[in-house]
Design a binder for this molecule. Structure first.
Ligand code: AP5
Ligand code: MG
Length: 216
């Protein structure tokens, strides 16, 4: 049976960083809803144009288009063994839709690591984040600097700062997380799938705790 892992946590807590590492180690596909939207924006698709109006404000993209995009992505052959979901689901309606689509794919959400960190730390990490233009590899000026300033270690592409990482937008994104996504914490706790991970530790220690949680 396929394995589906849902990484839950506030903006900047390290979902993308950890999903990239876990995907490399496990061979499971890394599905980031934010990266999929940014790819559509880069390619100027209709979905990208729609998503940009919401993302630039730090608002969630409507459920129907987000769910359709994820369904399409999860149907591809590289997700046959399962996937690490980073940034989806983010509302109760998305969680319900995920359950239904995984039923169709003869799978289910296996485990939901909730990564947590203090709000001041989230803000600092996003302020110092640098992202690669090619595929979204993640760096941090303080905690995870690239070998050469402004250049991705992995593919040599330019590093940029995300438009929605401006301080005012970050404050709003955190509020949106608390209002719209945090209800999922109780839901996944009630069904016995939630595992809390201390995201204040180093990247390596967070990975170790995640690998422990996934073994169970
Ligand atoms: P998305 O791209 O998913 O953004 P997010 O959830 O706000 O999360 P981030 O990507 O900002 O943070 P992260 O947890 O991945 O942290 P990272 O690993 O980069 O979504 C963007 C937008 O798209 C949304 O606002 C919305 O508009 C739209 N969207 C996406 N999904 C949607 C959905 N399902 N429904 C509707 N709309 C949706 O780490 C952050 C920084 O910290 C990096 O610099 C990293 O190097 C560093 N770092 C990481 N871990 C550590 C550590 N342990 N110690 C020190 N530094 C660390
Ligand atoms: Mg991310």
């Amino acid at each position: 049976m396929a394995t589906y892992i849902v990484l839950l946590g506030a903006p900047g807590v390290g979902k993308g960083t950890q999903a990239e590492i876990l995907s490399e180690r496990s061979g499971l596909a890394h599905i980031s809803s934010g990266d999929l939207f940014r790819e559509n924006i880069k390619n100027q698709t209709e979905l990208g144009k729609l998503a940009q109006t919401y993302m630039s404000q730090g608002e969630l993209v409507p459920d129907d288009v987000t769910i359709a995009m994820i369904r399409d992505r999860l149907s591809r052959p590289d997700c046959k063994a399962g996937a690490i979901l980073d940034g989806f689901p983010r509302t109760p309606a998305q969680a319900e839709a995920l359950e239904k689509m995984l039923n169709e794919f003869h799978g289910q959400v296996d485990v939901v690591p909730l990564i947590t960190a203090a709000e001041s730390v989230l803000k600092e990490r996003l302020n110092d984040r640098w992202t690669c233009r090619a595929v979204g590899h993640i760096f941090n000026a303080k905690s995870n600097p690239p070998k050469h300033v402004g250049i991705c270690d992995i593919d040599g592409s330019e590093l940029y700062q995300r438009d929605d990482d401006k301080a005012a937008t970050v404050i709003h994104r955190i509020q949106v997380y608390l209002d719209q996504t945090s209800p999922l914490i109780d839901h996944y706790r009630e069904v016995g799938k939630l595992v809390e991970i201390d995201g204040m530790q180093s990247i390596e220690h967070v990975t170790q705790d995640l690998l422990e949680a996934l073994k169970k």
